[in-house]
Write a protein that binds this ligand. Structure first.
Ligand code: DGI
Ligand code: FE
Ligand code: FE
Length: 199
């Protein structure tokens, strides 16, 4: 496990999460928090913030449609057509609102990391990348190439971002799902960066 790094217990947040999430999703949140902490230690991020972002990132994942839209309306979030029609994207938007306004966590970087943890975007902060990748490599994850993803995330953040975004774009295309412009921006950014670095 992680060496000598301590983070607060966050018992109150865990209680709130337990009340809002299925047992499996609660377990996932704890695993993403642990993995985000590990990556923050490895890549020099803010360990406490990474853990908290991991813990809270899916806070509205098991929320019914009406509650998502209540949060959007109450806090003035305007959704694009693709956001309105892609329900998997709702929890990232409503989750950021929930954390900012209902939990009163006034930390723009943490809120932004949660907001973009599903689509990614260009010019992500270190914290946002840590959360995005921790969601792919947390201990509870079990998809075909999770071992490749776990190897890459320990090798280089850029390699891991490139692999994760390629995986996501291919998966969405294969399932005939619309690809969010933020996902494509993140994909293009990392592919151009790798091309330039490779000469
Ligand atoms: O909430 P998790 O399951 O832990 O993971 P997540 O927040 O990364 O959500 C993954 C889901 O989001 C997966 O079903 C694919 C979907 N998704 C990610 N990017 C896009 C997307 N769906 C659409 N339509 N467009 C995207 O760009
Ligand atoms: Fe999520
Ligand atoms: Fe998640």
């Amino acid at each position: 496990m992680t060496q000598n790094v301590t983070v607060p217990e966050y018992a109150e947040y865990k209680e709130i999460l337990k009340g809002r999430l299925s047992p499996k999703r609660f377990e996932h949140s704890l695993c993403v928090a642990d993995e985000a902490l590990r990556l923050a230690v490895k890549y020099g991020g803010d360990v406490q913030k990474a853990y908290l972002a991991g813990l809270l990132h899916d806070i509205t994942k098991n929320t019914v449609e009406s509650e998502h839209f209540k949060l959007f309306n109450t806090f003035g979030a305007e959704l694009s057509e693709i956001e309105q029609t892609s329900e998997k994207l709702w929890h990232a938007i409503s989750g950021a609102l929930y954390i900012r306004y209902l939990l009163n966590i006034d930390d723009a970087e943490l809120i932004d990391a949660v907001r973009y943890h599903t689509t990614a975007k260009a010019e992500m902060s270190l914290l946002a990348k840590i959360l995005y990748l921790a969601d792919f490599t947390s201990a509870d994850r079990d998809y075909d190439d999770v071992d490749v993803m776990r190897r890459l995330v320990d090798e280089s953040m850029d390699k891991a971002m490139a692999y994760a975004l390629r995986y996501t774009v291919l998966d969405l295309a294969e399932r005939n799902l619309a690809i969010h412009p933020d996902t494509l921006s993140a994909f293009n950014e990392i592919m151009l960066k790798r091309r330039n670095n490779n000469g």
